[in-house]
Design a protein around this ligand. Sequence first.
Ligand code: F6P
Length: 320
Amino acid sequence: MKKIGVLTSGGDAPGMNPAIRAVVRKAIFNDMEVYGVYGGYAGLIKGDIKKLELGSVGDIIHRGGTMLLSARCPEFKSREVQQIGIEQLNAHGIEGLVVIGGDGSYMGAKALTEQGYPCVGVPGTIDNDIPGTDFTIGFDTALNTVIDAIDKIRDTATSHDRTFVIEVMGRNAGDIALWAGLAGGAETILIPEENYDMNNIVERLRKGQERGKKHSIIVVAEGVCSGVDFAKQLKELTNNDIRVSVLGHMQRGGSPSAQDRVLASRLGARAVELLMEGKGGRAVGIENNKLVDYDIIEALEQRKHKIDLDLFNLSKVLSI
Ligand code: F6P
């Protein structure tokens, strides 16, 4: 392939910019032309496509968000709309597309692949819920953002002897809650992958108070329930002074961590290599610190992202 495109789609994630940079520079280094599709699949349908040069991706490695902009595009589920996308790519002579994004973006890349257009998926989402990779681009930065928030909330929780319920993102996955809860020393972590026992939570809070604990931090993944709803349930069973903090979209912003920049650079460059080898219909990832790639249809249909239950069990031991 001599001409490839790159787009970012769905919820943005810190590290998308270094991934775009890697795609562009790796391709140009190998004498290919690269086109940026602006505004995700919505921009693709409109033909918002421009050629990118080495300088187009200068000074972005440290920036959050995505210079290519992003969008959610439910219309792209339709076969006719996908065909329009393929026509736009063909009109520019673009022979393959790198799609950086999460679950919905992968579905779009899979659909284009099924229609014979070669795509390579690069996992970019803070949720860490993509099959075929241990980590997604943006997860590490989001974790650091959440931990920073937990540390700050802990200060005020201690001063006021309060229980804090902190709601974090993650869609249907509990990875952000689990990793940030463990790293932030939360007393309780609620994830959608595991049921919770309210009596047990109340008992743990009571025991903590008995031994003089001045605060309690409960991290709730949004896939379990809203932090406000959980706090209401808890209030009915305890006399604790409870406050709720919903971290929201701040978790998606900020300068990507070193970990995310390196991961994005490796995955972006690998996606280009696959297209150079004429291999479309793949999804790249990292497993045990080795780059891997899978058939994108197989990755989405047969693989499941699994939460690390050992980590979950460890968090329970360490927060007694
Ligand atoms: O997938 C990333 C994510 O931030 C999820 O954690 C969250 O559920 C969702 O996107 C929020 O989407 P939106 O920005 O469209 O409200």
